[in-house]
Write a protein that binds this ligand. Structure first.
Ligand code: BES
Ligand code: ZN
Ligand code: ZN
Length: 519
């Protein structure tokens, strides 16, 4: 930190000065503070503190501004500088670059850049506090407390259930009293995504179908307007879900059909939003076995179920005024003497027969039956999410979830929601072109893979699902590409991403404000 030409007092403050803990109820370490700073509008101009940064600067008699300008070059977006001993309540202050001040919606990127900058900056700042082993952090709302809370709570999340040595827990708080409602909302949005990340990251021997269902049941038990049904195999048999059962029977682990009813609407009879999620708690590929390298990632093949169920937990916590039903067919896809064999024909709930050419295209078999069942609720809209195809990852990578929908009304809501959350969506085609490629099976009504093999794999999978949909507002979200994060999303650590939970939550929030088709 010591730079030539920096004055004595300033340079001393830039160094690590061990200070006694003050101002934090959690003992040694004290409280940290994360403050944002905008880049200067012009080259060589002075960086601009946020409103909270300005207030703090006044509290320390202008020393923050002085330090920031003397301790080094202007802070670039996402870069941090740490100051110790500035204020007795905050032994360590992390200043983090927010980028330019008036960033808003970027219509090339299809997101709100200002919000994304805040999430990224706050995440970096909070992680720095964690590295300093400080147990509490107050966070500058940076003009958008929801985005700041999301950055803090998402940025600090890590799955460390099974390690003896864990990273120190850091609790996050809003700095100042303004915008506390928005902050709380951001915390809940981020906790929703973190729940999905937790379920996806957990090993498949920890999150089996029944464990998944029980975990979600536990999260929802405090809400009197939520009912959770954990349907066992016998129920699935009575529902004649032959496609789902054909996958499940390959595993020793029994399947579960999880059904959640959240009744937040003004009337119990208000038409619900129905969410459906693919819940393959481990996808080995079955007899069409996947290569062993990277197969462990298929513990997250229940990402559809995890994101939709977590979105309902969040909607319930925020008391959204609408009815939501969540459906998650949960099972493993394993090779065994009882497993589907290539060429087998199975019968879905609606009577359609399916030839299983490739046992690794199992997600669409579960979803076929779940989508048939979804039609029994007179839904306003049916939205399913699934880590369905590797081809989706090839098409868009982790930039956006692919959305296949028969409804522009639904698309607009999903799109608008994603611009706000930064967890983007991109519309994909549902052409007859693809339908023809899955309805041309020699022995059955449908084939579970496209007849031109890999070409347009995400689109043929969507066309297959469409054969089980009669509702006029349906969307299929292929989330295979956004399943995990390496370093693409700066406010998520490496690992399973829980995307696009916040977009689903924001979408539900918007739907509850839209009276179209509500009753
Ligand atoms: N769960 C996989 C898809 C997947 C791949 C999700 C990578 C996340 C990351 C799915 O069940 C599958 O294996 N699909 C096959 C379909 C093919 C056999 C037509 C695929 O994508 O290869
Ligand atoms: Zn598969
Ligand atoms: Zn799968």
């Amino acid at each position: 930190m010591l730079l030539p030409g920096v004055r004595g007092a300033a340079s001393r403050l830039c160094r690590d000065l061990p200070l006694a803990c003050r101002g934090c109820s959690r003992g040694a370490g004290g409280k940290g503070l994360v403050l944002g700073i905008y880049s200067s509008e012009k080259d060589g101009g002075a960086a601009q503190l946020t409103t909270a940064g300005d207030a703090f600067d006044r509290l320390v008699s202008g020393r923050l501004r002085e330090l920031v300008s003397t301790c080094g070059p202007p802070l670039k977006k996402g870069k941090t500088r740490v100051f110790h001993g500035l204020h007795q309540d905050f032994p360590s202050v992390v200043v983090v670059g927010l980028g330019k001040k008036n960033a808003g919606i970027n219509d090339q990127e299809n997101w709100n850049e200002g919000k994304e900058n805040i999430r990224a900056a706050v995440a970096v700042g909070c992680r720095q506090i964690q590295d300093l082993e400080i147990p509490c952090v107050e966070v500058d709302p940076c003009g958008d407390a929801q985005a700041a809370a999301e950055g803090a709570v998402l940025g600090l999340h890590e799955y460390n259930e099974l390690k003896q040595k864990k990273k120190p827990v850091v609790t996050t708080q809003l700095h100042g009293s303004a915008e506390s409602e928005a902050w709380q909302k951001g915390v809940l949005y981020a906790e929703g995504q973190n729940l999905a990340r937790y379920l996806m990251e957990a090993p498949a021997n920890y999150i089996t179908p029944i464990k998944f269902a029980e975990h979600i049941e536990q999260k929802l038990k405090s809400f009197s307007n939520v009912k959770v049904h954990i349907r066992p195999e016998a129920w699935i048999v009575t529902q004649q879900m032959g496609a789902f059962l054909s996958v499940a029977k390959g595993s020793a682990e029994p399947p579960i059909f999880l059904e959640i009813h959240y009744s937040g609407g003004a009337n119990a009879s208000d038409r619900p939003l129905v969410f459906v999620g693919k819940g393959v708690t481990f996808d080995s590929g079955g007899v069409s076995l996947k290569p062993s390298s990277g197969m462990d990632a298929m513990r997250a093949d229940m990402g559809g179920a995890a994101t939709v169920c977590s979105a309902i937990v969040t909607a319930a916590a925020l008391n959204f005024p609408l009815n939501i039903i969540g459906l998650a067919p949960l099972c493993e896809n394993m090779p065994s003497g009882k497993a589907n064999k290539p060429g087998d024909v199975v019968r879905a709930k609606n009577g359609k027969t399916i030839q299983v050419y490739n046992t690794d295209a199992e997600g669409r078999l579960l979803l076929a039956d779940a989508l048939c069942y979804a039609h029994s609720f007179n839904a306003r809209a049916i939205v399913n999410a699934a880590t369905l195809t590797g081809a989706m990852d090839v098409a868009l990578g982790s930039a956006a979830t692919g959305v296949f929908t028969n409804s522009s009304w639904l698309w607009n809501h999903l799109y608008e929601a994603s611009v706000v959350t930064g967890d983007r969506v991109w519309r994909m085609p549902l052409f007859q072109h693809y339908t023809k490629q899955v309805t041309d099976s020699p022995l059955a009504d449908l084939s579970n893979i496209g007849k031109y093999s890999r070409a347009g794999g995400a689109c043929t999978a969507a066309a297959f699902l469409k054969e089980f949909v009669t509702a006029s507002h349906w969307a299929h979200l292929d989330i295979a590409g956004v399943m995990s994060n390496k370093d693409e999303v700066p406010y998520l650590r490496k690992g399973m991403a829980g995307r696009p939970t916040r977009t689903l939550v924001e979408f539900a929030a918007r739907l509850s404000q839209d009276s179209h088709n509500a009753t």
